[in-house]
Design a protein around this ligand. Structure first.
Ligand code: FES
Length: 112
């Protein structure tokens, strides 16, 4: 299992996302993380509709109201907690959830 340091939790504004492009043994890998109070969620940056990245602009993964993850191409909405698509062309499908580890109650590490 590979581990990648992403950022400190305190670097993520509440109810907002940060995107990352990391280099793995299998090649480039895009992901984003979202902070909701003390929880941090991570998903592969790939919409289940067409398999393309969800964002057009850096770190823009949230709906305007900050309640859901939103795909910028066709507007699909996903829940923060489990990446489940609730509205859009991929309704019922899920984002690819990734495993995080928090160290020292602040460092956010990705496990692949
Ligand atoms: S590519 Fe995301 S909703 Fe179509």
């Amino acid at each position: 299992m590979a581990q990648f340091f992403l950022c400190n939790k305190s670097d993520i504004p509440n109810q907002q996302a940060l995107g990352f492009d990391i280099e793995t043994d299998q090649g480039p890998f895009g992901l984003f993380i979202i902070r909701q109070d003390e929880q941090v969620y991570a998903y592969k940056n790939q919409c289940p509709h067409l398999g393309i990245p969800l964002n057009w602009q850096p770190n823009e993964f949230m709906s305007l109201d900050g309640v859901n993850i939103q795909c910028s191409t066709h507007g699909a909405l996903f829940t923060l907690e489990d990446g489940h698509c609730i509205i859009g062309p991929c309704a019922g499908e899920n984002l690819n959830h990734l495993t995080l580890e928090q160290r020292d109650d602040n460092e956010v590490w990705l496990q692949l």
